[in-house]
Design a protein around this ligand. Structure first.
Ligand code: NAI
Ligand code: MG
Length: 501
């Protein structure tokens, strides 16, 4: 269904790229299954809205169980009988390189679609989209590194292992980096020779569907990549529970992560989970405060707080606590809350009405729990799901605002006295995704990084990434690791071969 030009112009305010507008107007936003765009079998569609103005951007096909069955059948056929897993690795890489080149010419519209659909700022979505081609090339470069080993033996036999693709991979992604996740998560799976079904988040389906159009030009054999839009309960749960899916990679909430694990039991799927966090960011008195304050602020406020590894618990050593708290509150108060198209904006709208309710609910809860509101709070009136960057000080670690993932621009400041106390408080959470440390004492930085139970530790620079380093979490933050060879390990199975000599 196409929107009228007038209502679309209002909904898509800010977007400039011709292809963005053409795509929104096209009205042909079906599911991508077996190399073709098809409507959902039920004929159902759902709306996706722009969280900056609460207007409808488009209707997209609502995939359900029957569509997932069709997508799994297409992916199974492509895996079990098609050329993709069997072709020379260099030829698979070539298709991914071609996709990278195609995407490179269209990053601006992917960025614009993400800003429209998610409310993430164009200053964030643009560089993110511009990074996709290199991420695809990086994934392509793994195609010929899916290697086995030989094992020392006596003279009676020879033994070696083969690393083979795991099969049909289900990939469920969230809304806090829609285009990047839709492109990057499947890329190494594909390089390894798997076939995939991607289920984008219902809040942000548009960039994945535009990506599907680009994918359709790249020359993948049919059924190798399938993209099924729809809801979590529906397309998502059908994929997670499907006996024809060999591996599931999921990024999202811990609660849904548990559903994915349950769904895996039916046929012992391999599971990789990248879940949430309540990551501690520990600031010692000897820190370089000029850098630590903005880094701690952006560590939690970037992406409007909608980050799995948001450093949402800021632990500050008592001697500098008053000074740090005041500086952080001022930094937050100075961040411009505005349209995601405004080049000076630092905070745009949250993704949806549900997230707005959830986050503002936590702000109210923090006040009820007795924390001190030092900056931010609800923004009243006006359209769009805007929440100001909010700082709670004098938070106790047992409070719910210090224990539960808020996923919005809300920081909890917690004082501590000693290194031991910082470790104890830092680890006092069910999560274990990230941890930050600010100190000039190298020994302390190393002691802390050993003791904090988290998948990533950042010393004097929160949020640094390296595609080759393992990405993932301890405890309720997930299972498994992504990145480089760790992704190759997940998206492959080992087979031992023995030959009698
Ligand atoms: P969610 O975990 O429900 O959604 C993420 C993805 O999972 C979406 O594609 C959704 O359709 C799918 N999904 C939902 N229920 C499913 C099910 N039963 N089976 C299979 N797939 C399912 O996250 P939601 O509701 O959008 O956000 C709620 C909270 O989750 C956030 O406030 C935040 O705390 C956390 N979250 C964490 C993310 C991360 O990057 N770790 C990303 C998004 C949300
Ligand atoms: Mg949307």
């Amino acid at each position: 269904m196409a929107e009228s030009d007038d209502s679309l112009a209002l909904a898509a305010e800010g977007a400039r790229n011709e292809n963005t507008l053409r795509f929104l107007k096209s009205g042909a936003r079906g599911l991508y299954i077996g190399g073709r765009f098809v409507p959902s079998l039920s004929g159902k569609t759902f709306e996706t809205i722009n969280p900056a103005n609460e207007r409808r951007l488009a209707m997209v096909a609502e995939g359900g169980e029957a569509d997932i069955d069709a997508a799994v059948a297409a992916a199974r056929k492509a895996f079990d009988h098609g050329p993709w897993p069997r072709m020379r690795p260099a030829d698979r890489a070539k298709v991914l390189y071609r996709l990278a080149d195609i995407v490179q010419a269209h990053t601006e519209e992917l960025a614009e679609l993400d800003t429209l659909d998610s409310g993430l700022m164009i200053s964030v979505t643009r560089p993110a989209a511009q990074g996709i081609p290199d991420a695809l090339r990086e994934a392509a470069s793994w195609a010929n590194k899916v290697q086995g080993e030989t094992y020392p033996t006596g003279t009676d036999h020879f033994s070696f292992s083969l690393r083979e693709p795991v099969g049909v991979c289900g990939i469920i992604i969230p809304w806090n980096g829609p285009a990047v996740l839709a492109a990057r998560k499947p890329a190494i799976a594909l390089a390894c020779g798997n076939t995939v079904i991607v289920k984008p988040a219902e809040q942000t389906p548009l960039s994945a569907l535009r990506l599907a159009e680009l994918i359709s030009e790249a020359g993948f054999p049919e059924g190798v990549i399938n993209i099924v839009t729809g809801f979590g309960l529906g397309a998502g749960s059908a994929l997670a529970n499907h006996p024809g899916v060999d591996a599931m990679s999921f990024t999202g909430s811990a609660a849904v992560g548990q559903e994915i694990v349950r769904g895996s039991a039916i046929n012992f799927k391999k599971v990789m989970l990248e879940l949430g966090g309540k990551s501690p960011h520990v600031i010692f008195a000897d820190a370089d405060l000029e850098r630590a304050v903005p880094n701690a602020a952006l560590g939690v406020f970037r992406n409007h707080g909608q980050m799995c590894f948001a450093g949402s618990r800021i632990l500050v050593q008592r001697e500098i606590y008053p000074e740090f708290a005041a500086a952080l509150a001022k930094f937050a108060a100075d961040m411009k809350v505005a349209s995601p198209w405004d080049p000076d904006a630092k905070i745009g709208p949250l993704v949806s009405a549900a997230q707005f309710e959830r986050v503002t609910g936590y702000i109210d809860l923090g006040v009820r729990e007795g924390a001190r509101l030092s900056a931010g709070g609800r923004l009243d009136g006006g359209k769009g799901y805007y929440v100001r960057p909010t700082v709670f000080s004098d938070v106790e670690n047992r409070m719910r605002i210090a224990q539960e993932e808020i996923f919005g621009p809300v920081a909890s400041l917690i004082p501590f006295d000693t290194e031991e106390e910082a470790v104890a408080k830092g680890n006092d959470t069910v999560y274990g995704l990230g941890a930050g440390i600010w100190t000039r004492d190298v020994g302390r930085a190393i002691r802390m990084s050993r003791q904090l139970r988290a998948g990533h530790v950042w010393i004097n620079g929160y949020g640094l990434r390296n595609e080759m380093a393992p990405f993932g979490g301890f405890k309720h933050s997930g299972i498994g690791r992504e990145g480089g060879k760790y992704s190759v390990e997940f998206y492959s199975e080992m087979k031992s071969v023995f030959i009698s000599v």
